[in-house]
Design a protein around this ligand. Structure first.
Ligand code: SAH
Length: 510
């Protein structure tokens, strides 16, 4: 049978902040079979892709071309012909200096069905994140978007900066860093006042955004001193003067901070989102992965004899999920838990239980095993049978405390955590280059996973100058055991609690 043809989507990813992809673009990204992305795309967006999606880096950097445009076109056609959903993910908007038009042409010529999903172009988003409105009543009523780097095969440049500068109020120039001297000179020659404000915004919408501001008469030495590198947008016009009163992005509490998140991929999203919303750049580095235990024998046996217990104690979301999944496998109904009391550590653990129609009676206000034990003191657990559903790696503190209180405690490993299978080279290099401000640990195992992934690296040296944040005292203890200072410990041992503690730390001027 002939395989039906797939479909290609040319999607704009926005200029950097991953939140700037459109809802439509993100929906498609989640179902794509093949994703061909370029170097301007924030690679954190690729974490939304299916686990088995094929990801192709088509990064084109001036000088060292990775994939030629023709090869990219061919690849899109080839994959779509195999019946795949193919996404061409491009920085900003695909049709603004993005060669999206050429790709669309190739698809059309080969009879591949396609759609274009516009993106937020850097020409608009980067000025916005630098606090520069491109138009403003009374100040600017026209805008021109121009390229500063034309096709080198063109003999006569078609962008006439002089003429454009004479006739528009705001000029936005992309790909102009390499040619900035010539561009500014031409604009000056147009007769525009040397006092006209100019801004050059490097890595706009990223937490590492840099803005160099000046006037037509002095921007060149300023830009030279700053050693600007692409990608950057040059904005010329009176509206640049409005920036000082409009600074919002650069005022976010974590602006300029690069934060490593070590949570497993499946659980990292809310944490990453909250950090990004506070202005941080997040480096995802999942140091552990959640896995099933070696055998289900023990947990299945406990579930089959669940009526013998008076209390079930869940200490994590993973424990709840693993328990529910075994219940489903064994075709058990939640009614078999009738009459059994449930205790949960952590708001999220309680939340996931409730999602499965299980409302825990005991949820300690502070989320540590010690507080759970205190909570039990209030009710009498003497002589009661408790089942602790936990990770294979959990320690003896909680069962020990509960036994001291006279309870009979059984434990079962519902899941285990393993070292994640990730490439640590890139992250190691970021640490060595002192590009990381903060590393976060949300469980003791995320830290032990980190140590083992960094094997061979002396921890104290690697983390020199890097702040360390821990979700709670148990995690902190694991880290300090290795002689590493923890600067931030969450007061409330939840992800939002940790984000609050990080923000408070930096707002206190450190
Ligand atoms: N299609 C893209 C533009 C591609 S051309 C878009 O719509 O944004 C590449 C140029 O875009 C870069 O040289 C730079 O001028 C600009 N650019 C892209 N991302 C940028 C960013 N995060 N900050 C500053 N400029 C950016």
């Amino acid at each position: 049978m002939k395989k039906s043809i797939g479909k290609a989507y040319i999607i704009g990813a926005g200029p950097g902040d991953p939140g700037l992809i459109t809802v439509k673009g993100l929906k498609l990204l989640k179902v794509a079979d093949v994703i061909v992305y370029d170097h301007l795309v924030n690679q954190n967006l690729l974490d939304y892709a299916k686990n088995d999606a094929k990801k192709v880096d088509a990064g084109k950097q001036v000088g060292k071309k990775i994939l030629e445009q023709k090869e990219i076109n061919k690849l899109l056609v080839k994959e779509a012909k195999k019946g795949k959903v193919v996404i061409r993910l491009k920085g900003g908007d695909p049709f603004i200096f993005g060669r999206g038009g050429e790709e669309v042409e190739a698809l059309a010529q080969n009879g591949i069905p396609f759609e274009v999903v516009p993106g937020v172009t850097s020409a608009v988003a980067v000025p916005a994140y630098a606090g520069i409105p491109l138009t403003q009543r009374g100040l600017a009523s026209s805008v021109a978007l121009v390229t500063g780097h034309e096709d080198p095969t063109k003999e006569i440049p078609t962008v006439n900066f002089k003429k454009i500068a004479q006739s528009v109020d705001t000029l936005v120039c992309l790909m102009g860093v390499g040619e900035i001297d010539d561009i500014i000179k031409q604009i000056r020659d147009s007769g525009k006042s040397p006092e006209t404000p100019v801004a050059v915004v490097e890595r706009g919408t990223y937490s590492s955004q840099r803005v160099i501001q000046g006037k037509l008469k002095d921007i060149l030495p300023k830009a030279r001193n700053a050693r600007l590198k692409p990608p950057a947008v040059i904005i010329v016009g009176e509206v640049v003067g409005l920036r000082q009163t409009n600074l919002w992005f650069e005022s976010l509490p974590l602006f300029g901070k690069t934060v490593v998140v070590t949570r497993p991929k499946e659980q990292a999203r809310p944490f990453t989102d909250q950090l990004e919303q506070a202005g941080a750049q997040v480096i995802p580095f999942p140091t552990i992965k959640v896995a099933t235990p070696g055998s289900f024998k023990s947990i299945d046996k406990k579930i089959n004899h669940i009526k013998e217990y008076d209390h079930l104690v869940f200490t994590s979301v993973n424990g709840v999920k693993a328990f529910i999944s075994r219940m489903q496998r064994l075709r058990k109904d939640i009614r078999c838990l009738n009459g059994i009391k449930i205790a949960a550590i952590g708001e999220m653990t309680a939340h996931v239980l409730r999602e499965h129609f299980l409302c825990p009676e005991i949820v300690p206000e502070t989320f540590t095993s010690k507080h759970l034990a205190n909570e039990f003191k209030k009710g009498d657990i003497k002589g009661k049978n408790l089942l602790l559903i936990r990770s294979e790696l959990a320690n003896d503190i909680l069962p020990g405390q509960l036994r001291k209180m006279g309870a009979r405690v059984d434990e079962v490993s519902a899941y285990t955590v393993r070292e994640a299978n990730v490439d640590s080279k890139k992250v190691k290099q970021l640490f060595r280059n002192h590009e990381i401000d903060l590393i976060t640990f949300t469980s003791p195992s995320t830290f032990t996973g980190f140590v083992s992934l960094m094997k061979g690296e002396p921890m104290a040296k690697l983390l020199k100058g890097v702040k360390v944040a821990a979700i709670g005292p148990v995690t902190r203890k694991e880290i300090t055991k290795q002689g590493i200072r923890v600067s931030i410990t969450a007061l409330k041992h939840t992800v939002p609690g940790l984000v609050d503690a990080i923000i408070a730390y930096y707002q206190s001027g450190r």
